[in-house]
Design a protein around this ligand. Structure first.
Ligand code: GDD
Ligand code: MG
Length: 357
């Protein structure tokens, strides 16, 4: 089997953090998400992984593949112009003659991918779409099913209140190679908006695999943050960076090497601190905080429900809540940042609202 990762989108919902970084490279528990994903799919019995890239793809080129992928070859398939999800599949699957699996590179697939493949084979489907249940399906692809699990309708991002179910496309498909003949070449095309509805109309055997396993979407701020809290609480098995230890033996407080926690600073789990972090006196970090390597938190500052990327510095007497803060950004003393995405190498100054003093 081949695996195709769709990794070429612009990541607009994470802008400005993804202005100079492709979404698959955003850090999740301090490792690029793509590294985690390669480890997950690398466990499958596969021939190769083809990574369909476009937006800011140069940042993906520099990955040291050999250290992550084991013996599975990984090929970057670069699109000069964005081909859309359908066009990307067609392009990356060039020459494929056996069953293949496609994954959106921004989803967190806790499901058993081997079981998905087995189900696809047992049913003899042309295509099998993994589904997961969510409360509000309007931001996703939504399906209507027959009692035997055949997909009767696929609607991408239905208007609120019009979704046929709350079972959504989890962004993982198994496809037979002849499906590729239905994808026209030469123009960008969406597998969700055009190819799936068209295949269903033509009577193709498109089946579902409903998984109750963990699933999330790192492509939105909310999904990105909650993925972190879930991983920290062991709801999704993911490899943490090397060299972590438990702070004072607490299971949910993981700290890297050379971390400095001044007396009077407090960590409230779940928390992850990367190598070289400095937490100054009186600061409170957590619950729900992930700090990348070399992040510094100033005296008496509070950081909660936030992910801070490597090298960022939070000044003294500041408050950071529900934020994602980019690499090497400085949040000045006495600032408040709430539900903000703060770009890398930025400067955040907010004296308009009173901060903690
Ligand atoms: N190579 C390539 N080229 N990849 C692309 C392109 C392209 O032109 N456009 C999008 N992608 C990649 C994105 O990087 C992402 O990994 C994946 O395709 C899906 O695109 P998104 O832009 O993230 O779509 P979405 O999140 O709005 O919706 C998709 O995912 C949902 C699950 O999270 C759809 O597949 C929905 O049906 C699904 O429910
Ligand atoms: Mg997405």
């Amino acid at each position: 089997m081949h695996v195709i990762l769709l990794a070429g989108g612009r990541g607009t919902r994470l802008h400005p953090l993804t202005q100079d970084l492709p979404k698959p490279m955003v850090p999740v528990v301090n490792r690029p998400w793509l590294h985690h994903l390669l480890e997950i799919v690398g466990r499958l019995p596969i021939v190769d992984i083809r990574c369909a890239v476009h937006y800011r793809w140069e940042a993906i080129r520099n990955i040291k593949w050999s250290s992550i992928r084991g013996n599975v070859p990984v090929e970057l398939v670069v699109e000069r112009e964005a081909l859309g999800t359908g066009g990307a599949i067609r392009n990356a699957a060039n020459g494929v003659t056996m069953t293949f699996m496609v994954l959106n590179a921004d989803i967190v697939p806790g499901m058993d991918l081997c079981e998905l493949l087995e189900r696809h084979r047992k049913i003899g489907a042309d295509c099998t779409i993994a589904l997961t249940q969510v409360e509000d399906p309007s931001a996703y692809g939504v399906v209507e099913l027959s009692p035997d699990g055949r997909i009767l309708r696929f609607v991408e991002k239905p208007a609120p209140g019009t979704a046929p179910s709350n079972l959504i496309n989890a962004g993982v498909y198994v496809m037979e190679p002849y499906i590729l003949d239905s994808i026209p070449q030469g123009r960008p095309i969406s597998v969700e908006r055009e190819i799936f509805p068209q295949l269903i109309e033509q009577g193709a055997r498109i089946y579902s695999y409903i998984s109750p396993a963990y699933w999330n979407d790192i492509g939105t701020p909310k999904g990105y943050l909650s993925t972190h809290w879930d991983i920290l609480q062991d709801r999704m098995p993911i490899r943490f960076p090397d060299g972590l230890s438990l702070h004072n033996g607490k299971e949910d407080i993981r700290v890297g090497r050379r971390v400095r926690i001044d007396s009077g600073a407090r960590l409230i789990g779940p928390v992850l601190l990367g190598d070289g972090c400095v937490i100054r006196s009186g600061a409170v970090v957590g619950p729900n905080a992930v700090l990348g390597p070399d992040v510094k938190i100033g005296n008496r500052s509070i950081v909660q429900n936030s992910v801070i990327w490597a090298g960022a510095q939070i000044g003294d007497n500041s408050m950071v809540e529900e934020c994602i803060i980019g690499y090497n950004t400085i949040v000045e003393d006495r600032s408040t940042a709430r539900a903000e995405l703060i770009p890398s190498r930025g400067l955040w100054r907010d004296t308009a609202r009173p901060a903690i003093v």
